[in-house]
Design a protein around this ligand. Structure first.
Ligand code: DGY
Length: 323
């Protein structure tokens, strides 16, 4: 008998067909309204759960899914997993590393460029009919090339950002990470520095860390105070690594020049959120991995992870804390 699974998002047809070859698939009805209580209902008899990446795997959900053996999230981040609970209940959690690194790194470069050169702000300026042709310095931004970039977190995505910055933009790249990466340093001419040095010296600061107890609220008032007044801060990893109110204060008081943000403490952002009123901020709605090709690859990998983990194969990308 095929294992019973629940899929909580629409999938490309071939990915759905692959799942159906190996599993009995339950999913949302065509026009069914999706809500967390209904997910609990769907999960009551399944052994596998294809998680779009946004459903919290907590006690409540796990209590409602007594047969659950594998949760496969279609995301590289898994801060929505209660790891201890998964461990205790011997449930496997898988995620989708590697395949989105370049796509996220592209967005980070886009946020840097857009914030530094004020691309979205000036796009609005033209569209609102303000371009008179005699603006002078009014439209000037700052350079990205040959400036100093500090990357907090040198995982795989950090590395591909560093590669773009050094090879493409001639930037001087420094990084701070829990552990040093001598090979990456040598390969990409990076300098390993203390957190304080990075904050004080960088023209652009990119935080690229998973959200953990250690990284939660890592950047706040004290860290913004150390940054240059001309610094641009970029976050495309997780909103919870930054104390958002402190970031807003720093932006409002000119403590830093600007920010490019793809992630937030609460998503989606409310329509009256103070960040929306700031012209020195470029915002995107958590689209780091959101290109058609990458999302397709992620769906395929998450499906394969789910099937392989259910079959007991060792090549599913099980999150490291559960290995
Ligand atoms: C991830 O995969 O973790 C990205 O943030 C997209 O959700």
């Amino acid at each position: 008998m095929k294992p019973l699974i629940f899929v909580d998002r629409r999938l490309p047809l071939d990915v759905l067909q692959y799942l159906e070859e190996h599993c009995t698939v339950k999913t949302w009805g065509k026009d069914e309204e999706r809500n967390p209580e209904k997910i609990l209902h769907y999960l009551q008899d399944v052994v596998g759960f294809f998680n779009s990446g946004s459903v919290k795997i907590d006690n409540k959900l796990l209590d409602a899914a007594p047969n659950l053996k594998v949760v496969s999230t279609m995301s590289v981040g898994y801060n929505h997993f209660d790891i201890e609970q998964l461990k205790q209940r011997k449930i496997i959690g898988t995620h989708t590393p590697y395949i989105l690194d370049d796509t996220v790194a592209d967005l980070v470069m886009g946020l840097m460029l857009s914030t530094a050169r004020r691309i979205t702000e000036l796009d609005t300026y033209i569209k609102e009919g303000n371009w008179k042709g005699n603006e002078g310095k009014k439209l000037f931004g700052i350079d990205v090339h040959h400036r100093k970039l500090g990357i907090i977190g040198m995982g795989r995505i950090g590395e591909v950002i560093a590669k773009r910055a050094t090879l493409g933009f001639d930037m001087e790249v420094m990084y701070y990470n829990r552990s040093r990466k001598p090979e990456v340093e040598a390969q990409l001419s990076l300098t390993y520095v203390s957190m304080d040095h990075l904050l004080e010296q960088s023209d652009f600061i990119v935080i690229m860390l998973p959200l953990t107890d250690e990284s939660r609220n890592m950047i706040g008032k004290e860290q913004f105070a150390k940054m240059k007044n001309d610094a641009i801060f970029i976050n495309a990893s997780r909103g919870g690594t930054v104390i958002e109110q402190d970031l807003i204060d720093a932006l409002q008081h000119g403590q830093i020049r600007g920010a490019g943000l793809d992630v937030f403490a609460q998503e989606p952002l409310s329509s009256d959120h103070p960040l929306l009123a700031l012209s020195n901020v470029v915002l995107t709605p958590h689209i780091g991995s959101a290109t058609e090709a990458t999302r397709y690859d992620m769906a395929k990998l998450a499906a394969r992870n789910l099937v392989h983990a259910l079959q007991g194969k060792e090549d599913a990308h099980i999150i490291k804390e559960l290995l």
